[in-house]
Design a protein around this ligand. Structure first.
Ligand code: CO
Length: 218
């Protein structure tokens, strides 16, 4: 059996297994999706959204890209956020980074990676914005991991600054935006920050406002 055929085989077994437990599972899902969470995470194969928080299909709306970056000019990501907030009316947006992120690591190196360096520029900007946070760190791993955390917090800030989220809060939504970091080494999540409608009172242009609030939330 080829590797691709094997995937179809695995799919059939998986679908049968779920139907054995709940015969109507797929029928019910086909009628509607009503997830409460939007997950914005890294494309890294070791950080699959549903599995990490142990939720079945239908529970998490997902957007993933390299190093979980939210850029105000990225129509793809903004469209996902708009659909999630305005149509699905999700209750929480989770930005989840992970320690040892390859995208963050690449952003710290001076090597030429080609086109992707344009994307990694966003992460380099996070480092530049918080340069003093790295003064006391010794070695590559602590530096990468610190930038992984700061990147999450900055992307939470970017989500909160979108017109989509701000408009939702202005309409009275209690939507929250969560910043998490995941450890590939032990499979455990850590909460870094949590934002809600009170964020509207802060200046959306204040890019330094997000820092200093790293504290264990989860
Ligand atoms: Co990554």
């Amino acid at each position: 059996m080829s590797r691709i055929e094997d995937l179809f085989n695995r799919n059939r077994i998986w679908a049968e297994r779920i139907k054995e437990i709940n015969p109507d599972f797929f029928l019910n899902l086909s009628r509607q999706q009503k997830p409460e969470y939007l997950w914005i995470g890294c494309s890294d194969s070791r950080v699959p959204a549903n599995q990490i928080i142990d939720l079945p299909p239908g529970e998490v709306f997902v957007h993933r890209n390299i190093a979980n970056v939210v850029v105000p000019s990225d129509l793809n990501c903004l469209s996902v956020i708009q659909f999630a907030v305005e149509v699905l009316e999700i209750k929480h947006i989770i930005v989840c980074g992970h320690y040892g992120c390859g995208g963050v690591k690449a952003a710290l190196s001076s090597e030429n990676h080609g086109l992707i360096d344009n994307w990694l520029r966003h992460i380099r900007n996070v480092k530049r914005l918080h340069a003093s946070d790295f003064d006391d760190l010794v070695g590559e791993e602590p530096t990468i991991d610190r930038l992984c955390e700061l990147n999450v917090i900055e992307q939470v800030h970017n989500v909160c600054a979108t017109t989509i989220v701000r408009d939702a809060w202005l309409r009275g939504s209690h939507l929250t935006v969560e910043g998490w970091v995941y450890s590939i080494k032990d499979g455990v999540l850590k909460g870094l920050c949590s934002r809600g409608p009170e964020t509207l009172d802060k200046d959306p242009g204040d890019d330094r406002g997000a820092v200093g609030e790293i504290s264990a939330v989860g």
